[in-house]
Design a protein around this ligand. Structure first.
Ligand code: PEP
Ligand code: MG
Length: 492
């Protein structure tokens, strides 16, 4: 079956087809009435969002109440005599076109956030009641609006959309909530039992009772499994928000090997203050307790753009160009470390000069804060340059191999291709990493791997062969990693 995977998983449930079947007049003879309707819709929609503490909804409220949006819609109603619905759609269309014309993939993905606002207001204007099921269902839609996922996350067990961006908010959320999400052009009927199984590439309509049972068994196994004996190894988790930490504990991970802090910044429309970050990091380390916790300083640029900062490529310069933001983050991390066992690492390091500069910057801040809690400072090993000069990085306390960026750089792949990297490249990477393993063993430096390849069974086996012992994977991949390790050691 032809589909594109946005978030992996399997599910068997009934579909719920979301229709955008609203009609409205384009023009009006009473602009005053339309202005009134629009202002009421804004008030009512932002009131709905007031209760939520979720960052996504907070941003949605900011966008909704942005005076520029209101004034542009008001102008169209007054001057062109458009109805509130038509004026809103025209304004959002203009914003969307501007975003589409930007070169940034990240900004282009923000189109879904605008769609979300538009849909929210239109629903208010036409008083549309939604009748979402209150039992588990698979959402079938044109495009996934993040707010729908957040509001109905209790019952949405799978998502099928006509289109979706891999880095869109909805996609990121679905992966974080471990909800299978695919895109396909196939027409999917309403209220029909279907199976999505991304591992076996199955999208099946009206499955047999046996097929449904197979999926239910798989789901059960995903939750109930025994963590394999793994003395001398660390099975760690990759997370990008505090919401995932409890799950990490429940699954039985040994700690967190990669906290992608840039997602906290990307979900906001301004830099987070020191106090806000302290609050987030403190909650995170308190939730995880005594387990090891590795925070990566914000890794922005390229595919991870932040609306309020000009960045081009990822790497060192982003810290030098945004000193205040870096210092606020480091201060917040160091002060949160009072409650935990923290490591800090820098992404995209290319030279030892870059690493040493950032390390001494962090140590200076630590000294100014009179903080004497032990803190390991290390780096991601994810650039070609760093890999070629690994012996230079004597000051780094540890390394975490980022196979995503590394394989993009070594084999000229794009991010989507990394997920289906040819086996010959995995073998080549394994050979290139042998020296790193030897260097770390000789110098007593911790070494782990946190890119997508850490969770790909055929790759994990090769990395185990060269003596890699610590793997950091997304919570959804924990069972696969666990099984791979169990099978690997059965051989001996
Ligand atoms: C990597 O490059 O492998 C990595 C883990 O970093 P990210 O995917 O966040 O760029
Ligand atoms: Mg990376």
């Amino acid at each position: 079956m032809d589909f594109k995977i946005i978030s992996n998983g399997y599910v068997a449930a009934k579909t719920y087809l979301l229709k955008d079947d609203y009609n409205f007049n384009l023009t009006t003879t009473s602009p005053e009435v339309e202005l009134n309707r629009f202002n009421k819709a804004i008030k009512s929609a932002s009131k709905d969002l007031e209760k939520s503490e979720n960052t996504y909804f907070i941003i949605q409220k900011m966008l909704l109440t942005d005076p520029i949006l209101s004034s542009e819609v008001n102008d169209l109603i007054k001057n062109k005599k458009l109805t509130a619905e038509a004026a809103l759609k025209a304004t959002i269309k203009k914003y969307k076109e501007n975003l589409l014309n930007s070169n940034s993939k990240y900004l282009q993905e923000r189109i879904y956030d605008l769609e979300d606002i538009c849909q929210r207001l239109i629903n208010k204007l036409i008083n549309k009641e939604n009748n979402y099921p209150t039992s588990p269902f698979i959402l079938v839609c044109e495009e996934l609006l993040p707010s729908i996922l957040l509001e109905h996350q209790e019952y949405i067990k799978g998502i099928i959309a006509k289109k979706a961006g891999f880095m869109s908010h909805g996609a990121i959320m679905a992966r974080s909530l471990e909800i299978p999400f695919i895109t396909t052009n196939k027409e999917i009927p309403n209220d029909t039992t279907i199976i999505i199984d991304t591992r076996c590439n199955i999208l099946e309509l009206n499955p047999t009772a046996n097929d449904i049972k197979r999926i239910e068994d798989l789901k059960q196994q995903q939750i109930n499994f025994k963590v394999v004996e793994h003395k001398g190894m660390l099975l760690l988790a990759n997370v990008f928000g505090n919401e995932q930490i409890q799950k990490v504990k429940n699954y039985g991970f040994d700690g967190i090997g990669l906290y992608r802090t840039e997602f906290i910044f990307m979900h906001n429309d301004r830099p987070l203050s020191y106090a806000e970050q302290l609050n987030i990091y403190t909650k995170a380390v308190k939730t995880l307790g005594e387990k090891t916790f590795c925070f990566r300083t914000f890794d922005i640029g390229d595919d991870k753009q932040i609306a309020y900062i000009k960045t081009h490529s990822k790497g060192f310069l982003n810290y030098v160009n945004n000193e205040d933001m870096f210092e606020d983050q480091i201060k917040a991390l160091i002060n949160a470390n009072i409650y935990g066992k923290m490591k800090i690492m820098f992404p995209m390091i290319e030279t030892k000069e870059e690493f040493n500069y950032l390390k001494s910057w962090v140590l200076t801040i630590k000294k100014e804060l009179n903080n004497d809690k032990p803190l390991k400072i290390g780096m991601m090993l994810e650039t070609k340059e760093a890999l070629e000069h690994i012996y230079d990085f004597t000051e780094s306390d540890f390394f975490s191999i980022g196979t995503n960026d590394l394989s993009m750089q070594l084999y000229h792949l794009n991010r989507d291709e990394v997920k289906t990297i040819p086996y010959k490249y995995i073998i080549d990477l394994k050979n290139k990493l042998k020296d790193v393993v030897t260097f770390c063993a000789r110098t007593n430096k911790e070494l782990s791997m946190c890119g997508e390849l850490a969770a790909l069974p055929e790759a994990t086996k090769l990395f185990l062969d060269i003596g890699l012992k610590n793997f950091s994977v997304s919570p959804a991949a924990f069972k696969d990693l666990n099984d791979t390790i169990a099978n690997y050691y059965k051989k001996f």
